[in-house]
Design a protein around this ligand. Structure first.
Ligand SMILES: [Zn+2]
Length: 296
């Protein structure tokens, strides 16, 4: 009986990871497809990618809405952006401050007849965020979980700055920013946390308990040194900086460097889907550890 229970449990784990992988694959294929044209921000109409992300959140059963904003892009020209925001409320009588999960969905658009698929940067983060929403919806949650698929990150973190300004920082425990999660052969993810989020280090490393490991840094200089990226300021490199600016602690997850970054070759078939599913399971384990119980 015990054996049967274990094998059934094992089977259900395998099935759910396989299911997650196929959903991830569908979302990644769609967001990197030619019809999404490289997901460039700036247009007044709510774009196809935002509508797709909205519909996928809605399918999971979370409340979801668009948050449109304007920003100045080169030479004083006005640009339009559209964040997609979803909320999963705390469902217990005592609620701790919220967790905000962010991932930018915009990318570089197209040039001539070619487009930039942006599979790793950052369709990977968006599809993992959608996957986490699917997993958290059935759980007991001691916190509100907010999800934001930001727009206009590539043009200056505009969507994240706009969204962060709408938050009450004292009501947010942590921003988890996901940007470029397609792990390569090194099976390693790099995590930068602000000093206020240093206490989460152990919970993060414990959640990465299989072949993919998380290396956690609180110093951007040390992370740059480790990655041999002396010119990259990891604090300002992605949306977590906008949360940091309003005083919200952050943990940023990413692969560090990618030889295909901002090239036409950052495409769907370069992404190892089973590994991405494993990354998603690990990040979800971290977020669950913070939301399933009232501590820390
Ligand atoms: Zn990016």
């Amino acid at each position: 009986m015990q054996l049967l229970r274990i094998s059934l449990l094992w089977l259900s784990c395998v099935t759910s990871v396989a299911q997650a992988a196929s959903e991830l694959e569908i979302d990644l294929k769609t967001l990197t497809s030619k019809s999404h044209a490289g997901r460039e921000s700036g247009y007044a109409d709510i774009n196809k990618s935002a509508r797709y992300i909205h519909s996928r959140f809605a399918e999971t059963g979370v409340d979801v809405y668009y948050q449109s904003f304007r920003f100045r892009q080169g030479f004083g020209k006005l640009g339009y952006g559209h964040n997609v925001v979803a909320t999963l409320p705390c469902n217990t009588p005592s609620c701790e401050p919220a967790i905000v999960i962010s991932a930018h969905y915009d990318h570089l658009g197209s040039k001539g007849t070619r487009y930039y698929p942006g599979a790793n940067d950052n369709a990977s983060g968006v599809v993992v965020m959608l996957d986490i929403a699917r997993q958290l919806i059935t759980q007991t949650r001691h916190r509100d979980i907010l999800f934001v698929a930001t727009d206009a990150e590539e043009k200056g973190l505009y969507g994240a700055h706009f969204f962060a300004a709408t938050l009450s920082p004292e009501r947010v425990a942590l921003n988890v920013n996901l940007d470029m999660l397609a792990v390569n052969r090194k099976n390693r993810l790099y995590v930068l946390t602000s000093k206020q989020a240093k206490a989460y280090t152990q919970t993060i490393t414990q959640a990465f308990n299989q072949e993919i490991r998380a290396l956690v840094f609180t110093s951007t200089a040390r992370m740059s040194h480790r990655l041999d990226t002396p010119r990259v300021d990891w604090l300002r490199a992605s949306d977590h900086y906008a949360f940091h600016k309003v005083g919200i602690p952050f943990a940023y997850f990413g692969v560090g460097t990618d030889p295909f970054h901002h090239t036409h070759k950052d495409q769907f078939d370069k992404v190892d889907i089973p590994k991405l599913a494993q990354v998603s399971a690990h990040i979800n384990a971290f977020i669950s550890a913070l939301s399933v119980s009232a501590a820390p």
